[in-house]
Ligand binder design. Structure first.
Ligand SMILES: *Cc1c(COP(=O)(O)O)cnc(C)c1O
Length: 465
């Protein structure tokens, strides 16, 4: 499988190259040159497979020519072996016609593990083949950093340096990162905000000599392999609920548009998906777009669902490229203008194509707590604030006869304060993390200055090189 950039000015690459490159040089995002499409019989033949087997079969065409099928199978089995639910991605019915798919049974209790556990292993495999090493740097406000650290801990070819804003992540989130003591993992607590952390990471990537010297790489949500690794659970849910002989619909609490783009990809591959529902919090740029073609950047307001507190959904560019019938020049122009003006000028006909398939609902913090209470009172289900927003969107747009599956993206124990505010209960951490608050932490505090951060990264990379 070959990959093209949404802006049309970067080299065509294969799966392994796209995995290591992340973003394309022209500022675009990589997409497969052609989509694999399965027939109804092909889908039926996948029924009843275990999750790792299904994942290997669905990801297989995307990795064709780069990763041997037996290797991919082994990596999928290893990636999901550490999940603490036998079904990996269990479905729970909460109401008539409304299902929740739990994506939080991995090591860091959030859905980022679904892709990251496989990505860490793919990196190791591809780097070993090339006898190469990389340094993954990333900024996190919570879930991405811990998922990346868990996925890369102890992998000798991958040094991992994660920046978090000092004192501005939750205690659970910080400890999930800072209690990982493997020598290839470095946590930097930056004296600044999450935006400062992101700017520092961008600054390191823009410093070409430093980037080369440190062999910087990224595992952020624009990496195509992450999207590919998120397609299988949509297939798993749809097959369990009767696809391809019955259509399903999905609802997804959305930030960077990565998770829901994977649902779109499953549909593009021929899975019968009737509707895709976006849930947002008060940072509702996607909801404003889908409801009225208003994609305009406003300031970020903190919410109870911090992993969705974002201004710009970077993966939206992939959908835009497809809605424009892969017209890379138009896509590049729209994205460049958006960056300059803060408002995306999507042609009306293009917007209509999106609005026919996607629905959207935004909940503020009060409405989120009300939804958490309602779910708990009516079905005894404990949904974290992100998941509750997805479930509310699913209920809102449910159609008779079409099962609606809402993605639960975090374990409620990750957000004990929000849960307590909503229902007076602080959910317990699962056994594997029960001693999280007794484990020793290690991190370095660093000023929000590029030279200071680059010095720390260099020291981390040279240490037991
Ligand atoms: C990252 C994250 C999201 C948003 O997912 P996107 O792929 O960025 O849309 C939602 N919920 C949780 C808990 C997350 O960690």
């Amino acid at each position: 499988m070959r990959y093209v950039s949404t802006r049309g000015q970067a080299p065509v690459r294969d799966f392994s190259e796209v995995l290591l490159a992340g973003l394309a040089e022209d500022g675009g995002l990589y997409l497969p040159e052609t989509w694999p499409v399965l027939s109804a019989d092909d889908w039926r033949a996948l029924r009843g497979l275990s999750y790792p087997e299904l994942a290997a079969r669905i990801i297989g065409p995307f990795a064709a020519g780069s990763i041997a099928p037996e290797t991919l199978r082994r990596l999928c089995h290893e990636a999901y072996a550490g999940f603490d639910h036998a079904a990996i991605v269990p479905l729970v019915q909460v109401e008539d016609g409304l299902f929740v798919q739990e994506l939080f049974h991995g090591p860091t209790l959030a859905f980022k593990d679904m892709a990251m556990q496989l990505l860490g292993r793919l990196f190791d495999h591809v780097l070993a083949e090339r006898d190469a090493h990389v340094t993954i740097v990333g900024a996190t406000s919570g879930d991405t950093g811990s998922a990346a650290i868990e996925a890369c801990r102890g992998r000798t070819r991958v040094k991992t340096v994660i920046l978090h804003p000092e004192g501005r992540t939750s205690d659970v989130q910080r400890r999930q990162m800072t209690t990982v003591l493997e020598p290839n993992v470095t946590n930097l607590a930056v004296q600044g905000t999450f935006d400062d952390c992101q700017d520092l990471v961008k600054g390191m990537f823009a410093d070409a000599p430093f980037r080369q010297e440190m062999r910087l790489s990224a595992v952020n949500s624009i990496n195509w392999a992450r999207i590919a690794a998120q397609v299988p659970y949509y297939v798993y849910a749809a097959l369990a609920l009767g696809a391809p002989d019955r259509a399903v619909a999905f609802a997804v609490p959305t930030g960077n548009f990565g998770n829901i783009l994977a649902a779109w990809a499953a549909r593009r591959m021929g899975l019968p998906v009737r509707a895709l529902c976006v849930g947002s919090n008060r940072n509702d740029i996607l909801t404003r777009f889908l409801r009225g073609n208003d994609m305009s950047v406003q300031g970020v307001v903190p919410s109870l669902s911090p992993s969705m507190d974002i201004q710009v959904s970077s993966n939206f560019e992939r959908l835009l490229f497809e809605l424009l019938d892969r017209d890379a020049a138009s896509c590049a122009r729209i994205m460049t203008d958006f960056r300059r003006t803060g408002r995306m000028a999507v042609p009306d006909a293009t917007w209509r194509r999106a609005a026919e398939l996607f629905h959207a609902l935004a909940l503020d913090d009060e409405a989120t707590k009300t939804e958490i209470r309602k779910l708990y009172a009516q079905s005894g289900y404990l949904a974290d604030p992100h998941s509750a927003i997805g479930i509310a969107a699913g209920r809102m747009f449910r159609e008779p006869g079409i099962p609606m599956v809402a993605m639960a993206t975090a374990h409620p124990a990750k957000f004990p304060d929000a849960m307590e505010a909503a229902i007076g209960i602080r959910p317990a951490l699962p056994p594997r993390l029960a001693d999280l608050f007794d484990r020793p932490e290690r991190y370095e505090v660093v000023a929000a200055r590029l030279d200071a951060v680059e010095d720390r990264v260099r020291a981390a990379v040279l240490k037991n090189a």
